[in-house]
Design a protein around this ligand. Structure first.
Ligand SMILES: C[S@@+](CC[C@H](N)C(=O)[O-])C[C@H]1O[C@@H](n2cnc3c(N)ncnc32)[C@H](O)[C@@H]1O
Length: 221
């Protein structure tokens, strides 16, 4: 069972805003449920890892996961690296633009609340890069905000507008949300077999998870 206190301890040396942010994020985002869909061992690349909250949670979930995180926001990467001063768990955090870098070969890619900040054509290129960099039977996990139900989507849109455009809390200028059917269409065009998990029960946000398999559809999870 994942221990939230252990996770908060990693952020002990960060500023007050980060400490508040991670506590709120854990309340409004189903990170604990998401973690269970990741294999317990193998290499994981977290694209757009932010301050490393979910990345650290994955590592706390299983020491056998070898994890690397990339983010465009240098300040967030510095915060993520601070957590490594405490845990020394071997996660590598890099400052990088995931649109520009080549991806290393990996067993799993994670895109958690990142694609909606990236223009549609570039989203497609990222997904294709993930597909070609995944090993056989590899998995891409995408966590996004669905466009349904409408009231949850609109609530999220309002909150994101505040975070991205007013507080500048997240890098980005516009939003590029896609609905479930559109996601499934482009992911299968690329070659993925897709399983959709809705994770919005009990949340004000329409959280949705896409488990995208390169070769097989693992229905055991
Ligand atoms: C809403 S945050 C999500 C962070 C983390 N994945 C999570 O689930 O908590 C979106 C992150 O995507 C990052 N991002 C946006 N565009 C990016 C790009 N082109 N390359 C790398 N990171 C990017 C932002 O800097 C931000 O940290």
């Amino acid at each position: 069972m994942l221990n939230k206190k252990e996770l908060f301890k990693l952020y002990e040396n960060t500023d007050l805003l980060t400490k508040i942010f991670i506590r709120i994020k854990l309340k409004i985002c189903p990170f604990l449920k998401m973690e269970k869909y990741f294999p317990r061992r193998g290499e994981i690349i977290d694209l757009g890892c932010g301050n490393g909250l979910f990345t650290n949670l994955l590592k706390l979930g299983s020491k056998e996961r070898k994890i690397t995180g990339y983010d465009l926001d240098e300040k967030k990467i510095q915060i993520a690296r601070k957590t490594q001063e405490i845990s020394n768990s071997g996660i590598n955090f890099y400052h990088a633009d995931i649109l520009k870098i080549d991806y290393p070969e990996s067993d799993v890619f994670c895109l958690s609340d990142v694609l909606y900040l990236i223009p549609y054509k570039q989203q497609y290129l990222i997904l294709k890069k993930c597909y070609s960099s995944l090993r056989k039977n590899g998995l891409l996990v995408i966590k996004e905000i669905d466009t349904k139900p409408k009231w949850k989507y609109l609530w999220n849109f309002f909150q994101e507008t505040f975070a991205v455009k007013i507080l500048n809390f997240t890098l980005g200028r516009n939003f590029y949300f896609r609905g479930e059917n559109e996601f499934k269409k482009i992911l299968s065009e690329i070659g993925f077999k897709v399983k959709v998990i809705r994770l919005d029960k009990g949340y004000w946000y329409p959280h949705i998870l896409y488990l995208c398999y390169k070769n097989n559809l693992d229905t055991e999870r």
